[in-house]
Ligand binder design. Structure first.
Ligand SMILES: NC(=O)c1ccc[n+]([C@@H]2O[C@H](COP(=O)([O-])OP(=O)(O)OC[C@H]3O[C@@H](n4cnc5c(N)ncnc54)[C@H](OP(=O)(O)O)[C@@H]3O)[C@@H](O)[C@H]2O)c1
Length: 263
């Protein structure tokens, strides 16, 4: 079955989701975004009409994706109250039940991945978590997502927000740690590329062995002298010192690996 699909919000998620839905046989008929330029870029990418005017929403769209930041979803619910198709959000934390006061049908389609505009991304194994307001809507959304991924799962709001929280730790926080590592390298005129093999092995090993078994370094070795040296080296940044101590404490408190196993 092929659907007429529209997007409100032309950011990171829409950039990947719109072509994926198009490539699986649907028609993307309209993109609306806050700025005309964003709408145009995505509209051109999938070959459809684009506008920055919500009042121009095409009422014949069968499935309308709201790929906007969560805080914007709340206002949009009222802005599209005349719409009668199926409204879908892609948020990890937003409860689709907030659509329940409207006349349209609704659901959630949350892809557990980190999206960026311009990156090539294979969606075929990305888990997509689906929730519909009624079985008919759930079935439509599962079929839609099955067009681009083999990993569709029915998951309610409660589980989805726990997954989103876990995703923040796995992706946003680790990324921030790497940003700090790059900052230290840059600060001392060292090439950041030298970190790449370490970063690759860190993630590959965490997936293969599990993060607890993979942990190495001065904190898990309870190597107090090195921990102190590192804190002293960070004397130029109180923020990094605090972070370093907190994370080291946390590593030591959750570690179940005997000290002698850690090099
Ligand atoms: N990014 C991820 O990796 C990721 C992963 C899974 C789920 N999600 C979820 O997917 C949703 C979208 O996230 P995103 O990362 O794609 O956001 P984003 O990159 O910040 O893009 C949001 C888009 O919404 C537009 N917008 C904002 N307010 C609007 C309004 N009132 N009316 C119309 N358009 C509006 C923005 O417009 P302009 O560009 O014109 O300013 C932008 O194009 C969020 O619920 C997020 O939690 C994100």
């Amino acid at each position: 079955m092929s659907y007429r699909i529209g997007f409100i919000g032309a950011g990171k998620v829409a950039w990947h989701l719109a072509p994926a839905l198009k490539n699986s046989g649907n028609r993307i008929v309209q993109v609306i975004s806050k700025s005309a330029l964003s709408a145009q870029k995505l509209g051109d990418r999938v070959g459809c009409e684009h506008t920055d005017r919500i009042t121009r929403l095409d009422k014949d769209i069968q499935i309308l994706f709201l790929t906007v930041p969560d805080h914007a979803l709340v206002d949009l619910i009222n802005d599209i109250s005349d719409y009668r198709g199926i409204v879908v959000h892609t948020s990890g934390t937003f409860s689709a039940l907030r659509f329940a006061c409207q006349k349209y049908k609704y659901g959630g389609m949350y892809p557990l991945q980190s999206f960026s505009i311009g990156r090539r991304l294979d969606l075929s194994k990305v888990p997509v978590f689906i929730e519909g307001c009624e079985p008919g809507v759930t079935e439509i959304l599962v079929n839609l997502a099955s067009g681009f991924t083999s990993e569709t799962h029915l998951v309610g709001h409660e589980e989805r927000r726990w997954m989103h929280l876990a995703a923040v730790w796995a992706n946003n926080f680790t990324n921030h740690m790497m940003d700090n590592a790059y900052g230290i390298m840059n600060e001392h005129s060292l090439p950041v590329e030298w970190l790449e093999p370490l970063i690759r092995e860190t993630f590959a090993k965490a997936i293969e062995l599990g993060p607890q078994k993979s942990q190495t370094g001065p904190a898990i070795r309870h190597d107090k002298a090195t921990l102190k040296k590192h804190v002293d080296l960070l004397s130029y940044s109180q923020e990094l010192q605090v972070l370093y101590k907190r994370i080291s404490d946390s590593i030591q408190s959750v570690s179940q690996v005997p000290k002698e196993d850690n090099l």
